[in-house]
Design a protein. Structure first.
Ligand SMILES: [Zn+2]
Ligand SMILES: [Zn+2]
Length: 648
């Protein structure tokens, strides 16, 4: 008999040789109908793989990431079968599942695949799938595998690197592929499939190798799922922050300035400033002190911090001074600078915690191919802060940081998130720096703080950094995509490396604990995510312009100016569209700019001292006519709905 541990912690006994599918059936027929893949002791297995040892089993359905992976990878085999059928003589290489779908890298030799072929491929994949072919793994000897693929240099290379006795083929229908497993039971559940695109890809990602064609595809168990996915892609395109950033005149890039170095235009800079002021106000209340540090630091600083050993060779190289032979690095992190601020004077336990905050700009080299709008850049500003506290204070400090992060998310309309807690790998404690006692304290502090604040948590063992445990907020945006925002990280390493101390109540010197935290992460990436989440309709308190005054004709310019002055008195950000354009054109342009309130002024309004309000995106709802005071009250009420007062 073997003991199988299920994710809920329950242990069941089975005869050796039982399959994951049998285990599913023993739980319920309903589950068995939906199980499409499984993982045993952390390794992906087939639903028909006999289990022969004790271990933990996770059963995957389409709703699990593991299930989707098996579904997509399996579809890549069917697509490969179709490609071979349609383009005889091509050489198949690798076909893994990816975050959304799968790809297959193919050497098409003399053939050429074009968009016009996609539909044919899709139809044939579905036709084959309907026959419910089972995916069957079969062990083969290395010699046999090499013989089968003797005309395929790519597979031959893959097989050469495998150990004899570990090689398997996967058969389905009339098709066979070199594969180590991870399939759905049969092709019958593939009900929708689309070839998304083709692109060039070097064999093994090395540009010295031959360029292959990467065929991207995706598949679903229902046609409806595919339709929804394609609609989501369209919406994501509409919300692409690079497109919106240009339309709303927030930021730009210049090839002269350099790639990956964003230029913030006046509206974007004002937006950033409002975000910074918003966080600074809350941080001040929470007891943070602002500091400012330079954009470069001596190489030695980063040798001490360990960053040089880790990133030095793969990042921007040192800047040398002409005469004195000094070496400086562009700042990749603010932490070493803040450690030196802490070291300026001695501290007693009574002085702690110290909380140093800085909107610190850092520079990290990213390969040009990796750069992407504002989400992957070479220079960015972190809303960084470092808290230096005693181990006893960790608990309280962690809770306070969580409060601040929740305040930020609440004010910006991120409502859907989970807290991912990364802890030590309990089996390999020697991998980590810091005493067992301190680790326990820190891990408990994080778990307790998260529980205390009612966060929805996921605990990941073995995901902690070698220098401390952490909590990451995983945020879902309006399109259901997940982003990592707001990291809180405990650190035992830098206090050691920078020899940070405080005098305890015992009059002895002790090491403080350091917390790194950044609710936004980086201003660039955060604004990109916020743009895509809101489609540019930021919360009213953050909008570059909250209102635009549109006069019906030049006759009302003086009145428009008067309205603007009054709005300024109420601290409402507004401007006037004075152009000699029709009101229709002015409205269309204001809609494009996503200005929340369009204030129309004409003869009636001037006579009564009022404005007619039209809301962004509410065409046909009819305007309402109000006084300036009434309008100011509407604005204040709406702002207060999202922007709460931060209290500690
Ligand atoms: Zn496979
Ligand atoms: Zn840091």
């Amino acid at each position: 008999m073997i003991k199988i541990t299920l994710p809920d912690g329950s242990v069941k006994e089975f005869a050796a040789g039982i399959t994951p599918m049998d285990v599913a059936k023993s739980i319920s027929e309903g589950l068995a109908r939906n199980v499409i893949s499984a993982s045993f002791n952390g390794t992906t297995v087939e639903t028909v793989t006999p289990l022969t040892t004790d271990g933990s089993l996770v059963l995957f359905t389409w709703n699990d990431e593991g299930g989707k992976k098996a579904f997509w990878h399996s579809t890549s085999h069917v697509m490969a079968q179709v490609l071979e059928e349609m383009y005889p003589g091509i050489k198949l290489t690798l076909g893994p599942a990816i975050a959304n779908g799968f790809y297959y890298d193919v050497d098409f030799e003399d053939h050429k695949i074009t968009d016009a072929d996609f539909k044919k491929i899709e139809d044939r994949v579905l036709e084959i799938s309907r026959d419910k072919h089972e995916f069957k793994l079969r062990p083969v000897s290395k010699a046999e595998a090499l013989e089968v693929y003797k005309d395929n240099v790519y597979k031959t290379e893959l097989i050469s690197n495998l150990e004899d006795g570990t090689i398997t083929f996967c058969d389905h229908s009339t098709f066979t592929d070199l594969c180590r497993g991870g399939h759905i039971p049969n092709t019958g559940i593939i009900k929708a499939m689309k070839v998304m695109s083709v692109a060039g890809a070097y064999w093994r990602g090395d540009e010295k190798n031959k360029q292959l064609t990467r065929v991207y595809g995706i598949s679903f168990p229902k046609q409806k799922d595919l339709t929804e996915y394609l609609e989501l892609l369209e919406e994501a395109k509409r919300r692409d922050h690079r497109k919106l950033g240009k339309e709303l005149e927030l930021f730009a890039f210049s090839s002269k300035v350099g790639q990956g170095l964003p230029l913030w235009l006046p509206k974007g800079a004002a937006l950033r400033d409002r975000l910074e002021q918003f966080l600074k106000r809350a941080q001040k209340k929470a007891g943070y002190e602002q500091v400012v540090t330079p954009h470069i630091g001596q190489k030695e600083l980063y040798v001490t911090s360990g960053h040089y050993a880790k990133y030095g060779a793969d990042s921007f190289q040192p800047i040398n001074t002409p005469a004195e032979g000094e070496e400086f690095l562009l700042k990749p992190m603010n932490c070493p600078h803040h450690c030196e601020i802490y070291n300026v004077r001695p501290w007693s336990y009574k002085d702690l915690p110290k909380r140093y905050a800085e909107f610190g700009t850092v520079y990290r080299y990213e390969q040009s191919g990796e750069l992407h709008g504002l989400t992957r850049v070479r220079g960015f500003t972190q809303d960084d802060a470092h808290i230096f506290c005693t181990p006893e204070q960790l608990d309280e400090e962690f809770k306070k940081v969580i409060d601040l992060v929740l305040y930020v998310f609440g004010s910006l309309g991120f409502e859907n998130f989970t807290a991912q807690i990364s802890l030590r790998d309990q089996e390999n404690r020697e991998k980590y720096i810091g005493s067992d006692e301190n680790w326990e304290k820190a891990e408990n502090a994080i778990i307790n703080a998260a529980r205390d604040k009612g966060l929805n948590t996921v605990v990941e063992y073995g995901e902690a950094a070698f220098y401390g445990p952490k909590l990451d907020f995983m945020v879902k945006d309006a399109l259901g995509r997940q982003w990592q925002l707001g990291t809180i990280q405990v650190d035992y390493n830098l206090p050691e490396r920078f020899d940070l101390t405080y005098k305890g109540s015992d009059d002895q010197l002790h090491r403080p604990v350091m917390i790194h935290r950044a609710p936004f992460g980086s201003m660039e990436r955060f604004i990109a995510i916020l743009l895509e989440h809101t489609a540019g309709n930021f919360p009213l308190w953050l909008m570059p312009e909250q209102a635009i005054i549109l006069s019906l004709s030049e006759k009302y310019e003086i009145y428009a100016k008067k309205v603007l002055d009054l709005l300024e008195n109420h601290e409402i950000r507004a401007l006037i569209d004075n152009r000699n354009e029709t009101i229709g054109k002015k409205i269309r342009d204001a809609e494009m700019q996503k200005t929340p309130f369009m204030l129309i002024v004409g003869e009636e309004e001037e006579k009564n001292g009022t404005i007619s309000i039209r809301r962004h995106g509410q065409e046909g709802k009819g305007n309402i006519t109000v006084t300036i005071e009434e309008f100011a009250a509407i604005v204040t009420e709406e702002i207060n709905k999202t922007l709460k007062v931060f209290t500690v």
